[in-house]
Design a protein around this ligand. Structure first.
Ligand SMILES: Cc1ncc(COP(=O)(O)O)c(C=O)c1O
Length: 444
């Protein structure tokens, strides 16, 4: 379910007409639905309930503090990959012990921050101070990183809790840039190396190395890929047990697909149906499970609202030139990703009944939807069939809640867009649009 839909030809987010948000806050603007965020997190929890998982939202996909707070308040922990994301998670009210921390390049300062050092880290957003204490788990990606964490933990007089990120050798995910768990990947360690490392360091005084972590890719629609990977992880847990090492937690990562076109993504219960039976007995025996969904929760919980500045008909093409482009949403340029795009206000005959590349509606025309950036690769869609659109009209780019704003840039010195969070008929500006002065605020 998501809470973006047409009523009498007008696009609504929950109970708010999207055009009103454009009037109040301008464009380009990211709009999130709190109800959709809660619904998706709830469905994931419900589907995997038998495994009693700790659901850690992948903050990288949509890191606005208000979005994170909405998810924390519905019971999520956080999966972070930098000190910056850790800071956001803490500001959002996430308990440190509900945070897992991955990433191949953690610095000493980031490690200390994650171990509980808060000196020099200023609170923001009205919070008086950041919550105390170390995070729940470091997801370690190399032996040198383990040594760095051990060294910082020793200096601080604490014991870090950690898992090793393992590459189960499964190639998953739609695009070369988002497959992560194969042999040539920079992420994690192959099974044999990970196993050897755990055996060597399981008794470390400063790092409690008692977990396994995997993240096999993104936009995964085939549950079998998880099954194969989980079976390999279970075999590893059993071999380690024989060697006298008890694995207490297994983090399955994220990667669950989102509905970029209606019906693209299997429901969480479809994944759970295949994964839960593999692990249910282990969980009853004490194994703790972590899940790190990102896109599955946030993608369909957000749209990008953009205004058409100009239309241009050349010999071969019709262009809709918008105020959003690759700087606002890079996924089409970077991954050739599909986003359904539709005008915010349409005649009844053009209300889309589903989101799809090929809609059989009368009077559509092929358009290239492009941005203002000085790059030929700056586009949101190519040769997309759309109802007639005139300059000044608003377009909605759907399923933009994940890896949208969090990957946006100021390229060509365009200020960053605004972000709005809607709940029912309530509209909250959760990030104001940047000004020209903001663009140069850190320059001397
Ligand atoms: C370690 C880790 N966990 C979770 C995620 C979230 O992936 P997704 O948004 O596809 O669920 C990612 C994405 O890159 C990741 O690297």
């Amino acid at each position: 379910m998501d809470s973006f839909g047409f009523r009498d030809g007008q696009l609504y987010v929950e109970d708010v007409p999207v055009s009103l948000i454009a009037e109040r806050f301008g464009t380009p603007t990211y709009i999130y639905s709190a109800a959709t965020l809660r619904d998706h997190a709830g469905k994931m929890k419900e589907a995997f309930a038998e495994l009693k998982p700790r659901l850690c939202f992948a903050a990288k996909c949509c890191s606005n503090v208000a979005v994170l707070r909405t998810l924390v308040q519905s019971g999520c922990g956080m999966d972070v990959v930098s000190g910056g994301e850790l800071y956001r998670a803490l500001l959002a009210g996430c308990k440190p012990e509900d945070i897992v921390y991955a990433g191949v390049g953690k610095t000493a300062a980031e490690i200390r921050f994650a171990l509980g050092q808060r000196d020099g880290v200023e609170p923001a957003h009205g919070s008086v101070r950041l919550p105390e204490g170390p995070i729940g788990c470091f997801n370690i990606e190399s032996e040198q990183e383990l040594a760095a964490i051990a060294s910082e933990a020793r200096a601080m007089g604490v014991r870090a809790v950690a898992a090793v990120r393992v590459n189960p050798g499964v190639k998953a995910g739609g695009h070369e840039y988002i497959t992560t768990a194969h042999e040539e990947s920079k992420f994690g360690l192959p099974i044999d190396l990970a196993e050897a490392m755990i055996k060597r360091f399981a008794g470390d005084k400063h790092v409690k190395l008692s977990g396994l972590h995997m993240h096999i890719g993104s936009s995964i629609t085939d549950p079998q890929l998880y099954v194969t990977a989980v079976e390999r992880m279970i075999a590893m847990i059993d071999r380690l047990a024989v060697a006298g090492v008890k694995i207490e937690s297994l983090d399955l990562g994220g990667g669950f697909a989102a509905d970029y076109q209606t019906g693209d993504a299997p429901a969480p219960r479809e994944f759970a149906k295949r994964i839960v039976p593999l692990l249910a007995d282990r969980v009853r025996g004490g194994l703790r499970i972590v899940l790190e969904p990102g896109r599955m929760i946030a993608a369909n919980a957000g749209i990008l609202l953009t205004r058409v500045l100009y239309t241009k008909q050349t010999g071969a093409r019709k262009f809709l030139i918008c105020d959003a482009g690759m700087h606002t949403l890079i996924r089409p340029s970077l991954y050739d990703a599909f986003h359904f795009i539709w005008p915010v206000s349409v005649s009844p005959q053009h209300e889309p009944l589903r989101r799809s590349e090929a809609l059989e509606l009368p009077g559509l025309e092929a358009c290239d939807v492009v941005g203002p950036v000085c790059e030929s690769g700056d586009f949101l869609a190519k040769q997309r069939m759309l109802p007639p659109v005139t300059p000044g009209e608003l377009l909605s780019v759907f399923a933009a809640g994940a890896y949208g704003m969090s990957m946006a840039s100021r390229y060509n010195s365009h200020p960053m867009p605004a972000e709005v969070l809607v709940s029912g008929d309530g509209v909250q500006l959760v990030r104001r649009r940047e000004t020209l002065a903001d663009l140069v605020a850190h320059e001397r």
